[in-house]
Design a protein around this ligand. Sequence first.
Ligand code: SF4
Ligand code: SF4
Ligand code: FES
Length: 244
Amino acid sequence: MAEKKDKQVTFKIEGRSYEGLHEESLLGALRRYGYVVPSLCYHEAVSSYGACRLCLVEVKKGKRQKLTTSCNYPVLEGIEVFLDTPKVIEHRKLILQLLMAMAPAARQVTELAAEYGVTETPFVKDEGQECIKCGLCSRVCKELVGADAIGFSGRGLAKQMVSPYDEANQACIGCAACVVVCPTDCIGLKEDDHVRSIVRWHRDLPMHKCDKCGRAFAPTFLLTHFAKQIKVDKSFFDSCPDCR
Ligand code: SF4
Ligand code: SF4
Ligand code: FES
């Protein structure tokens, strides 16, 4: 199976031939070759979830041509990919209207919609909402950080990305990876000399100060976690990276 995944295949984008890896993410391959495809929920370091549905393309496989999200579509020998076809644009505009209703306060969505001439939505707006429920934060937290501290709760319109019981979760190490990847910047990080707060998850972690220069450089809890993970004594993190 691993062998098959490493196999080079040839496929076409807008009529031009390219090489790719068998079953790699089509969106990843498109980006590698410089093609611009809008997306909000894709990150090459974690599994694709196909949540925002913005990365639509048309793919021809054999005699069949269909509309599909590209982040979770596998590159295969002989497929032909078409990017901004009338069908793709029509569906992408509809998706932008849906996202504008789901997260009307998300500037990133409004700006992207404006690029497609979409300035209003016919759907009922969830006023004040910024989260597009893409799940990228929880995939990063689980698959990269290994903390699994957040997840979806509820179903349908009540579905929300939260920490368990919407309370601070001790499993959250305060690394802020989720804050960095969130496409609508709606998690929030606050930090001063004493506390780092991951706002959306209600997690407040005391900061550790460098024993040499006195600068608060990371939450103590996070440093203890790292020390355990890389198997060094926790005194390794007494000083900040600049003084170490
Ligand atoms: S800050 Fe907490 S919730 Fe966010 S990725 Fe790190 S451990 Fe997970
Ligand atoms: S908080 Fe951000 S990353 Fe997480 S589901 Fe919402 S929009 Fe996506
Ligand atoms: S990037 Fe493909 S569905 Fe969001």
